[in-house]
Design a protein around this ligand. Sequence first.
Ligand SMILES: [Zn+2]
Length: 197
Amino acid sequence: MTSLFGEPRPLDGSDLARFGGWYARPSKPDVTWAYCPRCDAAFQLWEDPGTGKQTLFTWRRKVEELVLDIGDQAKVQDYLKYDWNVIQANMRHGVRSFLQGRFSKKQGCPNDGGKIPLVAQLPYEPNATVCFYWCVYCSELFAYLMDKDYGWQCVASFTWDKEKSQFVLRKKDGKKANLDLIQERAVGLQWGEGIRP
Ligand SMILES: [Zn+2]
């Protein structure tokens, strides 16, 4: 069974960056959509919850526009009655806002989505920096690295250890991040640099 959330991922297997979906609609199939910035391609997976029948659609960038693959075009007519046009507009809007916002320094808390302030930007590897954001509600410090395709990505989080009087690693997410270096930077951060309980 195919799933845009798991393996195998479509085309080159890269992580998909942007998701949306409509589920549990009375007598209409479920639909999930997602975008791969490396392939500059968008996907929709339609699934009939009753029969489990799945249909995958792929759009790829041609000049300016994301264009539905020729091989997928004949399948569209079966889905027109299930809000096809609205869903396609939603997907395109999602891709556009991802592309416009991916390099923005404004971030939402990975736990609760609330706005989190940038509290430090420190040297990382050559020509790169690591950005730290503080969520006052979660009391959690988040480290972000820039990826040329995905934009700013949260790679690790830290909590304050009272006994050690420093930040300690809570969660890591990055497969390729230099966590020792990020941790070293986080340990250097103290209360008061925009970081408050
Ligand atoms: Zn939070």
